[in-house]
Design a protein around this ligand. Structure first.
Ligand SMILES: [Zn+2]
Length: 60
């Protein structure tokens, strides 16, 4: 997976997430949440997203 587009999401709790969009063959409906409970991304369709924690100011 090298051609996916991604962006950084900065949660209000201070954590930063890399959000990567992935083309899905099957329809997919799901969401990802920060450890604090806030929504990072949700989707419903022929895509899905992977999130990766890149910075956690609360846990250094
Ligand atoms: Zn958060």
């Amino acid at each position: 997976m090298s051609n996916g587009s991604y962006y950084l999401y900065e949660c209000s709790c201070g954590r930063r997430w890399e959000v990567r969009k992935i083309r899905a063959i099957m329809r997919d409906k799901d969401d990802e949440q920060c450890h604090c409970g806030e929504d990072i991304v949700s989707w419903n369709g022929g895509v899905m997203y992977r999130v990766k924690l890149v910075e956690d100011k609360n846990n250094k």
